[in-house]
Design a protein around this ligand. Sequence first.
Ligand code: C5P
Length: 314
Amino acid sequence: MPGPAAGASVTAQAPAKVNLLLRVGPLRPDGYHDLVTVFQAVSLFEEVTATPAGRWGVSVEAVDGTDVSGVPLDGSNLALRAARALADRAGLDEPVHLHVRKGVPVAGGMAGGSADAAAALVACDALWQLRTGLDGLAALGAELGSDVPFGLHGRTAVGTGRGEHLVPVLTTAGFSWVFVLGTAGLSTPAVYGECDRLRALGGWSDPADDDRLEAVEFAVRSGDPAVLGAALSNDLAEAACSLAPELTRTLRAGQRAGAVAGVVSGSGPTVALLASSAAAAQDLARDLTAVVGAERVRVASGPVPGARVLEAVA
Ligand code: C5P
């Protein structure tokens, strides 16, 4: 397929993620933790439009009332860093303006910033007609953030290392989710730090091996929400609940409202509730809206594809 014409603007989207399993190993000398995780991409999206401009810049727009006040608009913005990294790699000096439409909670444990980076990479790759390929973009993305490669790949995948080494879990089964947003963002490093602190207090030692990964892979392939619900687990949940005690109450509210199961999404503070069907997810969302307000409730399904071009305008 020919790429967009030179001078075009290109829009790409990338999905949010939920971790069906998040097994956190000990702190590494480089400040990261080795993970064994199962990511699932869900149907909350970031859209990034890249337009040639006189200088590098970024703007942000809320979708569905997402609070975007915490998103940096300077050189630290992850979408902008991604675009500039791709330009550097290609030896290009062609500034773009990025317009980001945010449908993923900010600092919510759903990899919204990583999705911005993934969408920016795909949009700019198409704009500049680089044809870098998924592996090349993922290698570049991994330098920007541990979850960026998954934002590019999408679907369901086992992640190891920092979360950047991915192996797809092949399945045709879909699941219905309700996400309840926290009232304030949680910083990912703070949650990992709290996890280390709690582990040191409790004399934690890394379990040599466990069968949680196998159980989640089986559950994903089964397509049975009850089986997946029983297999969901997140080693960061205790730390996230320690820093944001409202999470425990939200998990209980989800249970009372009829969720099959609930889990903290990544480092939180979003809570992911698994529903037994798409109709049940709508019911669950309606009941939770009455408790926490519509602005904190999102319905989504997974898995969905990774970052892709939506539109190229000449
Ligand atoms: O890679 P990313 O920028 O998303 O990571 C943010 C922070 O989260 C890291 O600086 C680190 O403190 C923590 N982290 C970690 N282990 C991982 C991924 C992230 O400790 N595997």
